[in-house]
Design a protein. Structure first.
Length: 257
């Protein structure tokens, strides 16, 4: 993980925030100091000092095995933010337009460690709904089209680590790391992820990741009964999603390289 240095005098702040983000990504299993050092390039003394400051502030906790997880203060900040998710005000008009244009259900999810966290959905007018994810629902990255789109934004090294941690919880089609890596490379090239029967039988979807802040992504997806998600319609919906994101000022993964 690279550490920004554009703001004069802000290096220590950026370093601490980078550590906090890494801890958040590994909250469920915890992360060792050595891994923090390897991921950030910081020396061990600096990483330990910054992690200790985060622990003292309550943003991070260190367990008996010396693994770091998010602390109570970080949890409370997260819960407070969910009453007014920053990106939702910008996303909701886009989602309404997509629901009208596709007539299907539109979701927006953000990454929460190894999980995709649904923060809102809009229903289309098609009689048969594909409500496979509820607001505040959590699902592993790589499960569902939005979560798969988010997974593709990670580097290959990060995907390997994710797969090592979560292999037993992933669906059978995600069991082989080589298959997952190949799929993620294809998604990066196309600019969207498409899935079928991955979350529930008879349901398909298409998801597009977009950049919220430099290096940080959310994703939108359209879910429908499988018969509606033909390859041609999937490509058309993906194009519409990318166009709508661009019109709203979001940079989709396809346009950010």
């Amino acid at each position: 993980m690279s550490i920004p240095t554009k703001v004069s005098g802000g290096q220590s702040v950026f370093r601490a925030l980078s550590l906090l983000k890494l801890v958040g990504m590994h909250h469920e299993s915890g992360i060792a100091l050595r891994t923090l050092v390897d991921a950030t390039g910081l020396d061990r003394t600096t990483a330990y000092r910054l992690a200790s400051i985060l622990v003292e502030a309550g943003l991070v906790e260190r367990d008996d095995k010396k693994r770091y997880r998010l602390g109570l203060e970080a949890m409370q900040l997260g819960l407070k933010s969910m009453s007014r998710v920053p990106i939702l005000e910008r996303c909701r008009p886009l989602m309404i337009r997509l629901a009208r244009r596709t007539e299907d259900t539109v979701y927006v999810v953000v990454r929460n460690g190894d999980y995709a966290h649904c923060i809102h959905y809009e229903e289309g007018t098609f009689p048969i709904k594909a409500l496979v994810l509820q607001i505040d629902g959590l699902r592993l990255l790589g499960v569902g089209s939005a979560g798969t789109a988010l997974l593709s934004t990670l580097s290959d090294a990060e995907i390997r680590e994710f797969h090592r941690r979560q292999q037993k919880e992933l669906p059978p089609s995600r069991a082989k790391l080589a298959t997952v890596l190949d799929e993620m490379r294809t998604i990066r090239k196309l600019g969207y992820a498409s899935t079928e029967n991955l979350v529930a039988d008879g349901v398909g979807g298409v998801g597009v990741a977009f950049e919220v802040t430099p290096g940080s992504y959310a994703a939108i997806s359209v879910g429908a009964i499988r018969s509606r998600m033909t390859p041609e319609r999937t490509r058309r919906i993906a194009k519409i999603m990318i166009e709508e994101l661009s019109a709203t000022g979001w940079k989709s993964k396809s346009s950010s390289g």
